[in-house]
Ligand binder design. Structure first.
Ligand SMILES: *Cc1c(COP(=O)(O)O)cnc(C)c1O
Length: 356
């Protein structure tokens, strides 16, 4: 069998979840949208099931998969519903929708519901993606408070730059949140992973850790709390061919890399069809037998090429780690001009194996 695979460490996932709770003392929604950032939503939910306070997903499709697997915890729908017809299922499965625009408000007020809903009312505190403006928020809150279709109301907002502590933006968003929600009684939820790790004043009652559950730091710098995370996904493969190549020879498509010296080039069973970024430049790190070397030549669909010249003991069959323990996915991502989130979500074709 092709040796490319992702090994998912479920005990690391639980460790990271508990870190989010212990850093904040809050209830924590495990964000398992997008197939748990490529880690497998059902497997991750099962691994967290005994501990978790609730889950968050982007939409009802993702929530129903969890309900069908028997998970009874609260599930927050981070974008609420897209069509009013979903409200019936949201009610039946006791999902907790975010309400973030006037169309949803109208749907809710017109709906004929079998039981009242737990609503998370979204404030746009400055990201300007979803949510009601600070000016209109208190009136909408009071309007829903008096509505028999609403069982409870939770305040929710989202930070745009919590991973950049020096910009002042998070302080502004917190200030906007405090002003807009002044006097509105009820639980609050502000923080994503960066908020959990770096913004102790922004934890509220519920936190919403996503990327940190998977052991990857949201920060582009060394952050003290984030050093306690344990990577969950190890993306591994093996060397499937080795070639001695003279100096001055091009390697792979487009001849992007040209050997500067007589080189041993290894071919690895991993390509962009597996989700490895095609735009990873020469110099992007990989681990071979636990030692660092790098990509040399353009990544192709099923294979990529690496420089083994300085690793004479490594060769055909040597294990290759693309990211995971020993090689931070965030570092690989920054070489490729993206973030670890996207690397994880793009994972494709490779079988996922689980260890606990
Ligand atoms: C995805 C998402 C999160 C999780 O963000 P991370 O940066 O992965 O921790 C939290 N809240 C909302 C509203 C989201 O959409």
């Amino acid at each position: 069998m092709r040796p490319a695979h992702a090994l998912i460490d479920l005990s690391a996932l639980r460790h990271n979840y508990h870190l989010a709770r212990s850093l904040t003392g809050c209830r924590a929604l495990a964000v398992v949208k997008a197939n748990a950032y490529g880690h497998g939503a059902l497997e991750c939910a099962a691994a967290l099931a005994d501990d978790v306070d609730g889950f968050a997903v982007s939409a009802i499709e993702e929530a129903l998969v969890l309900r069908e697997a028997g998970h009874r915890q609260p599930i927050v729908l981070l974008e609420g519903w897209f069509e009013a017809a979903e409200l019936e299922l949201i009610c039946r499965h006791e999902l907790w929708p975010v309400v973030h625009h006037h169309g949803q408000l109208a749907d809710l007020e017109q709906a004929d519901l079998r039981q009242p809903l737990h609503v998370w009312l979204k404030l746009d505190s400055g990201m300007h993606r979803t949510g009601f403006s600070a000016g209109e928020y208190p009136a909408i809150w009071r309007r829903l408070q008096g509505n028999s279709k609403v069982a409870s109301l939770t305040k929710i907002t989202h930070f745009s730059r919590a991973d950049e502590p020096e910009t002042g933006r998070t302080e502004q968003q917190m200030e906007t949140f405090l002003q807009a929600t002044d006097g509105l009684q009820g639980p609050a939820s502000l923080s994503n992973s960066a908020g959990v790790l770096a913004w102790p004043g922004a934890h509220g009652d519920w936190v919403r850790p996503g990327i940190m559950l998977y052991g990857s730091s949201p920060f582009g710098f060394e952050q003290p709390q984030a050093t306690q995370l344990r990577p969950v996904m190890q993306l591994d493969s093996r060397v499937i061919a080795v070639h001695q190549i003279a100096a001055g020879e091009p390697i792979g498509y487009g001849s992007r890399f040209v050997t500067q010296r007589p080189s041993r080039i290894g071919v690895v069973a991993m390509g962009y069809a597996d989700g490895y970024p095609r735009h990873a430049p020469d110099g992007t790190p990989v681990l071979v037998d636990g030692q660092r070397t790098c990509i040399s030549g353009r990544v192709s669909m099923d294979m990529l090429t690496i420089d083994l010249t300085d690793l004479p003991a490594s060769g055909l069959g040597s294990p290759v780690r693309l990211w995971g323990e020993g090689l931070d996915a965030g570092e690989v991502a920054s070489h490729a001009g993206t973030i670890s989130y996207q690397l994880f979500c793009n994972l494709n074709r490779v079988p996922r194996h689980y260890r606990d």
